[in-house]
Write a protein that binds this ligand. Structure first.
Ligand SMILES: Cc1cc2nc3c(=O)[nH]c(=O)nc-3n(C[C@H](O)[C@H](O)[C@H](O)COP(=O)(O)OP(=O)(O)OC[C@H]3O[C@@H](n4cnc5c(N)ncnc54)[C@H](O)[C@@H]3O)c2cc1C
Length: 270
C-alpha cells in the first residue's frame, strides 16, 4: 500500500490549534513546474491514524483505499526543494484528521500534476491586485508574493486576510515584513473575535466585505479601485466569496472566465 506514498513530510509547523503548515518533498522525483495560485492533491491511506481530537470517520473504507483532497500551494513556484501547504483541521473530515497526525519524515502521496486557473496570468501588467482571503485561503497569495508578483514595479498589491483570531492569521509575519519593505504592498488583517484575544487587538474587526464597502482599498491604493485598473482575487469561505461578489458586481466588476474575461477571480472551497 505504501507504494503510492511518493513524497516525504519534511517540516510541520503548528500555526494555531487547528492550522498547520506542511512542507513536502518528492521522494526520488522532481517537483513539476507550476504557476502560483494552482493547487495539488495530497492523499493518505484510509488506514492512517486520525488525530486524537477528531471525531470518528463518517464512512467505512475498503482495504487499500486512499483518501485524496486538493490543496492550494503556498510555496514559491521557484522552489524545487519542497512544496508547502497551509491546512486547516476539519475534525469531522476524512483527510485532514489523518494529515494532522503526520510527523516530519512520514510518507504521503503528492499528486504530480499541479492545476488551476486562479493565477495572475490573465491580469494586465499595469493593473493593481487585491487578494482577499479567509483562513487558509491566504495560501495561494503567499505563493504569488513569494514567486514573482512584486517584480512588476508599478503594480500596487493588497492582501485582506480575515480570520476568527489573531493566531489564525498564518503568514502574518511574512506579510508584515513585505509591507515594511515595499510601499506598493499593503497587508490588512481583520479578526472577528477580538474579545477572545489575550491583549487588545489593534487592527480591524470588520467583515472583509464591509471593509471593501468602507473604502479600505481606495485608501491603501490612494485611488478608487475600478474594473479598468484593478483585479480582485477571492479565496476561502464560500460565504465571504458570495458577499464580496455582490459588492464587486455592484461596483461594476465581473467574474473572470476563460471565454469572458473579467476582473473577479474566484477559488471557493465550499
Ligand atoms: C481548489 C481547492 C483548494 C483548496 N485549498 C485548501 C488549502 O490550501 N487549505 C485547506 O485547509 N483547505 C483547502 N481546500 C479544502 C480541502 O480540499 C478539503 O476540502 C478540506 O481539507 C477538508 O477535507 P477533509 O477530507 O478533512 O474533509 P471532508 O471529508 O471533505 O469533509 C468536509 C466536511 O463535510 C462533511 N462530510 C463530507 N462527506 C460526508 C458524508 N458522506 N457524510 C457526512 N459528512 C460528510 C464532513 O463531516 C466535514 O464536516 C481546498 C479546496 C479546493 C477545492
Amino acid at each position: 500500500m505504501d507504494n503510492n506514498l511518493n513524497a516525504i513530510v519534511t517540516n510541520v509547523m503548528q500555526v494555531s490549534p487547528s492550522m498547520k503548515i506542511f512542507r513536502i518533498t518528492p521522494d526520488g522525483w522532481d517537483l513539476p513546474d507550476f504557476v502560483s495560485g494552482q493547487f495539488a492533491a495530497l492523499a493518505l491511506p484510509a488506514t492512517a491514524e486520525r488525530v486524537a481530537e477528531a471525531t470518528p470517520d463518517y464512512e467505512e473504507y475498503e482495504d487499500g483505499k486512499m483518501i485524496k483532497r486538493v490543496y492550494s500551494i503556498a510555496s514559491s513556484s521557484k522552489s524545487k526543494q519542497y512544496i508547502e501547504f497551509y491546512i486547516s483541521l476539519v475534525r469531522s473530515g476524512a483527510l485532514t484528521p489523518r494529515l494532522f497526525n503526520l510527523q516530519t519524515g512520514d510518507k504521503i502521496e503528492l499528486g504530480k500534476k499541479m492545476v488551476g486557473m486562479f493565477t495572475l496570468d490573465q491580469v494586465p501588467e499595469d493593473n493593481n491586485v487585491v487578494l482577499i482571503a479567509t483562513g487558509t485561503g491566504v495560501a495561494p497569495y503567499v505563493s504569488m508574493l513569494r514567486s514573482n508578483i512584486m517584480s512588476n514595479n508599478s503594480r500596487k498589491i493588497a492582501v485582506i486576510h480575515g480570520a476568527a483570531s489573531s493566531w489564525d492569521l498564518g503568514y502574518s509575519s511574512e506579510l508584515q515584513l513585505l509591507e515594511s519593505i515595499s510601499d506598493r504592498f499593503k497587508y490588512i488583517p481583520t479578526i472577528l473575535e477580538p474579545d477572545k484575544e489575550a491583549t487588545t487587538w489593534m487592527g480591524d474587526t470588520r467583515f472583509v466585505q464591509d471593509m471593501w464597502a468602507a473604502g479600505v482599498i481606495e485608501e491603501a491604493f490612494d485611488g478608487k479601485p475600478t474594473p479598468d485598473n484593478t483585479h480582485i482575487f477571492l479565496c476561502g469561505n464560500p460565504k465571504m466569496v458570495e458577499s464580496m461578489f455582490v459588492h464587486l458586481e455592484a461596483d461594476g466588476f465581473t467574474e473572470h472566465k476563460r471565454k469572458s474575461p473579467g476582473q473577479i477571480h474566484i477559488e471557493s472551497w465550499g
